[in-house]
Structure formats: C-alpha cells, structure tokens
Design a protein. Structure first.
Length: 302
C-alpha cells in the first residue's frame, strides 16, 4: 500500500556549526543546496502533488540565497515553512526579513540535560527571543528533552505562558554507539525517556500521538523484534542538499531529482521499501497519527 507524499523536508545545507551530539541528520556533506537543483526539485515535487515544503539544514539562515529559495517555492504554489536554530544577530536578522513569507517557523531548543549531552547552547530562553523577533502567523518552539527536572518543567511552563507559541517535544534519540559512549544501557535509556515523558505530561498534557511514538521507539530498541518492522508510511519526503530524493532521511532507496520525471513519480508513488528504524521513527509519524503541524513540517530537531 502506498502513502501519498504530501510534504517535503528540504535540507538547504549539508553542514552545521552547532553539530549537536544527538543530531538526527542523516547527511554530513559540505556546501549548500544550489538554486538550479532546488528549482528542479520544486518542479518534480509539484508534479507529484506535494502540498508544502519545510526548509531545514544544517542551518537554513546560513544559505546565501535563502530568501530566493522561499520565493521560488511560492512561485510553484508551494507553501513553505522553516526549522531553524537561529540565535546570532545575523541569523535572526536574516530570519526576520523573510518570516512573513513562511507558513510557520520552528525554533529548536534543548533541555538542560540535552544541552549537556549534545554539547549545545540552544536554551529555551534564546529560542523564545528568536521567536519574539520574527513576524509569522504560527511560531513553534521545539524542545529536545533529556533528563528533565520538575523545576525545569515549571520554568518552561512559566516561560511559554502567554508567549503566543505552539510547543513540540521530542526525546533525545541515541543509537547503540552513542549509548556505549555515554555508558548507558538500553534499559536505562528507555527508562529515562519514560520518566521525562511523565514529567512533561504533568505540566503539558502530552498528546496520544506523542505516547504512541514513544512506544514505537521503545519497541524498536528492545530485541528480539516480534515480527517484521513496519514499512515507512510517512507523508513527507526528504531532499538532501545535493538533490538526493528519499522517502525518509535515513532511507536506503533514493532517486536523484535530475532523474527522468517518470522515474521520480514512480519512486514517490510506489509503496516505500524502507523499514522503520529508531532514527527515522523519531522524526517521521505514521499517517494515522497526523496532527495539525504535518501540513508544514514534522521533525525532531533542526
């Protein structure tokens, strides 16, 4: 059974100076998405019936032609949104100049435990400062969570009260090598995810969608697998900075946006062959768990 691709997550850059220790990105290359490749990508996505695009990175505000990328999407009739970690004066200034052209802007932040784990400085306070500096209809604060405390959740609830932002949460996702590096067992890791979720639920009433995704992440980490892992059924395709089109950032099957139209259309409409893994389960959601943000972008972190 095929899943209709409705949106596309577009990587504008293959590098990122932040380099979070838990970053979800499957690509690590130099350079930016060039305009010609991007234009061809939009054309092929439009032909496939894609209804929205989300620009991510690396850091999209670093792209030298980011405003042109946004305007090109509008020329194809494709609403565009952005996920960013913009904090510096230059990054925020770039974002503020084009925010009114975006359907929504998601600014990524990390809990205190996640900042320590990932060696980042993306505080909630600085994310809210970025969101206050821009003008767009929908502002989303996305917090990657790890090792939360009751006091931290209280502070977060106080900070977002009246801020006019929507909240998204995701747990830190660690693979086997990262768990070994952090000297954590799978059981300890899954327990921490559950404790964090219960604490968040006390203050923010997590959706059924969040709990369902957390349960799937747990199942994917616990051997042995009972039965075969489900096939990818996400409604968002992924485009790398070099023009590689996949059904998922971690998908093995791909097609170049420079391939013939028929080949691209077949790739996007045929049933996906990739099986769900912990990495992709953290950023992709099954169609039957969709929520209001799926029409723009739906990822774990920028």
């Amino acid at each position: 059974m095929s899943t209709q691709i409705r949106t596309a997550l577009v990587s504008t850059a293959g590098h990122c100076k932040i380099a979070c220790g838990f970053c979800f990105r499957a690509d690590r290359t130099a350079g930016f998405l060039d305009t010609a490749t991007y234009t061809r990508t939009l054309s092929r996505l439009k032909e496939a019936g894609v209804e929205g695009a989300c620009l991510t990175g690396g850091e999209p505000t670093h792209h030298p032609e980011i405003r042109q990328l946004v305007r090109l999407a509008h020329q194809f009739g494709i609403p565009v949104s952005m996920v960013t970690s913009a904090r510096t004066v230059t990054e925020v200034a770039t974002l503020s100049k084009l925010a009114h052209l975006l359907e929504n802007v998601t600014v990524s932040a990390d809990s205190q435990g996640a900042m320590e784990l990932g060696r980042t400085t993306r505080t909630v306070e600085s994310a809210l400062s970025t969101l206050r500096a821009i003008s767009t209809d929908t502002k989303i604060l996305h917090v990657t969570c790890w090792d939360l405390t009751d006091g931290e959740c209280q502070d977060l609830a106080s900070l977002v009260a009246g801020a006019g932002v929507d909240l998204q949460f995701s747990p830190v996702v660690l693979d086997a090598s990262a768990l070994h590096r952090e000297r954590r067992s799978v059981q300890d890791y899954l327990l921490q995810q559950l404790l964090d979720a219960k604490l968040l639920d006390r203050y923010f009433h997590l959706s059924e969608r969040y709990w369902a995704n957390l349960e799937e992440l747990r199942a994917l980490h616990l051997p042995p697998d009972k039965g075969e892992r489900r096939r990818c059924c996400a409604e968002s395709a992924y485009v790398s900075a070099d023009g590689d089109l996949r059904r998922c950032p971690y998908g093995q099957a791909s097609v170049s946006v420079h391939a013939p139209r028929a080949e691209i259309h077949r790739f996007l409409t045929d049933p996906a062959q990739d099986r769900v893994t912990p990495d992709c389960a953290a950023i992709c959601r099954p169609a039957d768990l969709a929520d209001e943000y799926d029409t723009s972008c739906d990822i774990a972190s920028a």
